[in-house]
Design a protein around this ligand. Structure first.
Ligand SMILES: N[C@@H](CCC(=O)N[C@@H](CS)C(=O)NCC(=O)O)C(=O)O
Length: 210
């Protein structure tokens, strides 16, 4: 198998998820910092790999993969890591439903509460959008808390799976953001502590960055 290459700045949340999984899988990667404040992606060399100009992009020999959650599934499948990403359809659906949930339901709260509220970036720094993002993020963390209280110890059940990678990131950011008011969510807090036992989580997610 060829040596993997990951294009994307190490401090971008979509890149950090992939770096965490690479460590869980024990895979070596050559990582290059592309994107905001690093090498610009709006150049023909990068756009030829990803016409959207977003990071991350994974190169596996001649194979080019973009979209962080697709990269997570690609890597787990490549390594035949079936506990992380089950082959059985029902178990696989339990994992994927939480990955899609983060991709769809957490994008606007992250733009409002984090990009607008914490970083003050335009156009997301509009006061109502920040407030809405914080409220929606809190409501969605309560959904996760209820799910974990009902099942657990991981999001899709007994095992750590790909479901925990995007969710683990948004849980970290929720607890790391200074500007939000958090109500106690015991099952979610226990989950955050459980994920924090994993070296890859501490290295790439709960690593001092929000
Ligand atoms: N849906 C895409 C979103 C990719 C994305 O928006 N990445 C951000 C970083 S988290 C980006 O490229 N931002 C522009 C930049 O860093 O220059 C994915 O999951 O990979």
């Amino acid at each position: 198998m060829s040596k993997l290459k990951l294009l994307g700045r190490h401090n971008a949340f979509n890149v950090r998820k992939v770096l965490w999984l690479l460590e869980e899988l024990g895979l070596d990667v050559e990582q290059e910092d592309w994107g905001r404040d690093f090498r610009p992606t709006a150049v023909p060399e990068f756009l030829a790999l990803n016409p959207l100009g977003t990071v991350p992009v994974l190169l596996d020999g001649d194979v080019v993969v973009r979209e962080s959650h697709v990269i997570l599934r690609y890597l787990a499948s490549r390594q035949r890591a079936f506990t992380l990403y089950p082959e059985a359809l029902a178990a696989r659906a339990r994992v994927e439903q939480w990955m899609d949930w983060v991709a769809y339901e957490m994008t606007q709260p992250m733009r409002g509460a984090y990009l607008g509220g914490e970083l003050g970036l335009k156009p997301w720094d509009n006061a109502w959008f920040v407030a809405q993002g914080r409220a929606d993020w809190g409501a969605r963390m309560a959904v996760l808390d209820a799910e974990l209280a009902r099942g657990g110890p991981f999001l899709a059940g007994a095992d750590f799976t790909l479901a925990d990678v995007p969710a683990g990131f948004v849980v970290h950011r929720w607890y790391a953001m200074p500007g939000v008011t958090r109500t106690p969510l015991p099952a979610l807090e226990a989950y955050y502590a459980r994920l924090s036992e994993r070296p890859g989580y501490l290295r790439w997610i709960r690593n001092g960055l929000v």
